[in-house]
Design a protein around this ligand. Sequence first.
Ligand code: HEC
Ligand code: HEC
Length: 470
Amino acid sequence: MSDEHHPADGDHHPHVVPMKLLIGVISALFVLTFLTVAASWVDLGAMNVPLALFIASIKGTLVAAFFMHLRWDKPFNTIILLLSIGFAILFLGIATMDTSENQPTFDTDYAHEHMAAKREELAAVARKEKGLSGSNLDVLYPPHHAAAHPTPGAGSSSRAAEVQKSMLTFFKPLPAVMESPADNPATPAKVALGKSLYFETRLSKSGKISCNSCHGLDTFGVDSLPTSPGHGGALGERNSPTVFNAGLFATQFWDGRAASLEEQAKGPILNPVEMAMADEAAVLAVLKGIPGYAPLFKAAFPEDADPLTYDNLAKAIAAFERTLVTPSPLDAFLWGNLGSLTEEQLDGFEAFKAATCMTCHKGVAIGDGFEKLGKAIEFPGLKDRGREAVTNSAADRGVFKVPTLRNVAKTGPYFHDGSVKTLEEAIKLMGKHQAGQDLDDATVAKIKAFLESMTGTLKPSIAVPPAPVK
Ligand code: HEC
Ligand code: HEC
């Protein structure tokens, strides 16, 4: 064996740290660290982590290569270098691979089974109490969902399946059951009382106005006017939002000043430009003067010693409102019935997505949360202070609750002040002022078609006023 194949350490690689190389490696590490930080600012979804790991393994490789350069002959160093390169390739592979298959999505099979079980459970309770008829049951637990047994891809285009996958990252279908708060569980007796109160005109000073006057259940929960005439025809400042699906919202009113439907329901009866009753005592006096109400309150709140209270009135109305759900073709589509949207509506969703509408209109309510009107480009002539009146923070000037787009094709006129007459105009204004995009007429038409897929169906029986309580 000749020595020339085994040169002594340092013969070719002196133990001196090569300064230029060291500075080069350190600068590269800085640049890579900056890249990692910069990449974390950009939302790459599931790609952020593999990308960071890829950059980290390049750094590891660089460091390994540097030490290897100092001690070129050690086999250990070669192994480290090979390992580092291996990791770099692995993470690059992950970063470029389509991992969308592995993203958590809405599990339609699970949801379907869960919903079927819940429906059975409620049916059993309802049969026992003989309170809810089959048709009312269907409002609480729309069979629409049951009919749309999830069979992704069955008999429909792979395009629809792709669109559905994309939609499920922004939207959720209506729940089979609208959740009730722990302190106000829904019972058939409570829902029935709530419905009577909802249509009760004697809860207003004039005896002419009920919740249904401004939120007509036969007109998709709105009055179709820019702002609503209340007591003595006085006009409020704001447009009546729909009560359908309002149980989905985290807050109520355009400025979110009520935290729940229970809290909200107490407002209009005492509001001087709405139902204009003097105070809670006056409301209770009216209800106590109608003999039929005492047994209804007793049945709805069997555990209360004194059930006829203003709090319970609000609870009953809220429980009724939670039955006001409108499952739509979009829900059927999200639940797996891929034939329920037209090609134009699928195009419309793509346009909606391209216009970034779902940054604000998302989730199960396809709305909710607060956003500035004129986020991209200032909204001209905006007078309403919006949420600023609730939080007293200047940053909330002109901030409104993002309205639901469910049934939006039926709930015009639009915006907090009802100033926008047509859905086309609303979409155009949104594109411009919220997303900073000028949408052409063809794009607006497609988006409108997509929004029409959110128009729900409702059991006709729900809009029929109950017999007046005597
Ligand atoms: C005179 C018309 C009028 C009457 C009567 C009326 N409302 Fe309203 N309602 C409105 C207006 C206008 C708003 C929006 C006000 C705001 O945001 O400041 C509203 C808001 C709501 C909201 C909030 C929805 C959302 O998307 O934030 C609910 C729920 C609601 N009303 C339910 C009721 C109930 C229940 C009654 C009966 C107790 C009732 N309303 C009576 C006009 C009325
Ligand atoms: C930055 C958040 C944001 C974006 C992006 C956004 N919106 Fe809105 N949208 C809102 C807010 C806030 C309102 C309420 C405006 C008001 O009350 O005056 C609203 C209202 C609406 C309305 C009227 C609803 C009603 O009941 O009055 C429609 C329709 C609508 N948006 C559709 C869209 C479409 C379509 C897009 C995409 C082109 C879009 N929005 C993008 C926040 C947004």
